[in-house]
Design a protein around this ligand. Sequence first.
Ligand code: NFS
Ligand code: SF4
Length: 632
Amino acid sequence: MSNEYLKFDQTAEALLAKAKRDGAETMWDRKAAQKTQCGFGEAGVCCRICAMGPCRVSPVPGKGAERGICGANADTIVARNFARMVAGGTSAHSDHARDIVHAMHAAKAEGPFKIRDEAKLRRISAEWGIADADTKETYALAHELSEMALGEFGKPFGTQRFLKRAPQARQDIWKRENIEPRAIDMEVTTLMHSTHIGCASDYESLFRRGMRTGMSDGWGGSMIGTEFSDIMYGTPSAQASSSNLGVIDKDQVNILIHGHDPNLAEMIVLAAENPEMIELAKAKGAKGINIVGMCCTGNEMTMRHGIKIAGNFYQQELCIITGAIEAAVVDVQCIFPALPALAKKYHTRFISTSEKAKISGDMFIQFSEATGLENANEIVKIAVENFVNRDASKVEIPDLKSDTMVGYSVEAIIDHLDKVVNTNTSDPMGTVKPLTDVIYAGVIRGAAGVVGCNNPKVEHDYAHVTIIKELIKRDVICVVTGCAAQAAAKAGLLQLEAKELCGRGLKEVCERVNIPPVLHMGSCVDISRILHLVNLCADVKGIDPALLPVVGIAPEWMSEKAVSIANYVVGSGINTYLGVIPQVLGSPNFTKLLTEDCQEFLGAHFVFEKDPLVTVDKIMVDLEDKRTALGI
Ligand code: NFS
Ligand code: SF4
């Protein structure tokens, strides 16, 4: 098999050949069936917002229709489509967060949903201005805080509470540009309204409204999702794990957890630890129960429990093709609707669990806060009992896995810094000053957040890994989340030994602080951790984060969530590099707004660059320019 997109992924070739032998269809068969993708769609100039359409206007001026039936031109159509991607992404992240808050609202001391990081509960309650946050009874406080958080989704007045975490200079820009996000649901709804037929046609106005919606994701939904998950399930700390399809164990019952929301996965892990369940597995001839994670559920669970990472987005099919998965259990987001049919080619049970992502074709078990552990017990039991149906002749597990360190929450990073530098801070959170100091001193040239998905338009994992390797070589520390983090883990970049791939300065920092040069900060909602970290660094110097030598990169993105993220990262003053070109090129005006003009009013812009090595060159110029401007 020669697929130019798969040269880099060592698990793909054998498993895709196996899929062919097994008569199983994969995304590559479906991609081929799509033939050449539509040029109008690719340029963003196809509109089907109303039933007078679909209308498509020409991306080339003077060639073909310049306006849709209602008169919308390429600028309007592109801007509307882009804005709707932001709305989709923001709603996904934020609705996930809402489920976490609901679970916290239902938390009680006897569990299974309970408060595991009480200190963080009290710290965030104080941050949000709850009186007596340090003395109130734990669950009364959790209840009060979760009701406040639910208000962040629908409150009629006011802006997102976490915005206050940013330095004043950045908050002033948000106020001046009118992009301080109000209630999250309000931002999504009003953006959908603005993009309705016959509403906004001004592309810059559409961009700004999209930006404010994206901001309600980063500083609202995602940040709430991260912080409240930590309160309930524990704030991650550094620990060892391993990653790639080789973590699937042929001697155990393998349960794949895939999706995003830790509520379900936490209960599955609890249920699989139950001695009765382990006994049952042994009675069925297995050595035990092995939980492996995929996509952001995998990230959530590895960050807090060291659960092994089976792989990233593109490997979801390969995982099932190994023939060794007893149950693929999913919640929401990034789950191929193709999975149930694929599972049927093997003995794998496919179980979807959320009415928001009911995937037809096999089993559906509705998960809820009220019945969480019972649901999980039922699911684990189905998996265990399915072990006897496994066909040994169909099992082929790649012998590939990498050791990896995970769990670098902001708190964990501060903890590592504290061990080497005595900062004597009175801040209950601690301080990131030593990190800012090494950046200012030039020992580290800057920092990069490498995030996002896989996309079959580019070679799987290649851009993630290439960019990270080249950056650490140039003394740029990397923080990673999402499927990018899993690409880095598989390539061995999240180990302490990866310091050998670094420039001298970064290597020395890794040695002294005892960290890898690439830090796994979690799932995609945990990009809010990155935001928090950057803003804490800026705060140390009392400057706008836009002045820091810091960049965001999504080398292989594909989802609407990624568009929302790119918006709030730019809105937060961080230049954002996209390795897959968004569907906007049909409007040169809108493209220029993203890649140049927004710099003027936001202090940051988007960069579109497909070539990973050119991306790195551009990033280095960007970081050094920032250093020069700061006089460091
Ligand atoms: Ni992020 Fe997570 Fe992966 Fe992309 Fe999907 S899993 S929320 S969207 S594909 S990084
Ligand atoms: Fe066509 Fe305008 Fe309707 Fe879009 S909103 S489909 S451009 S008529």
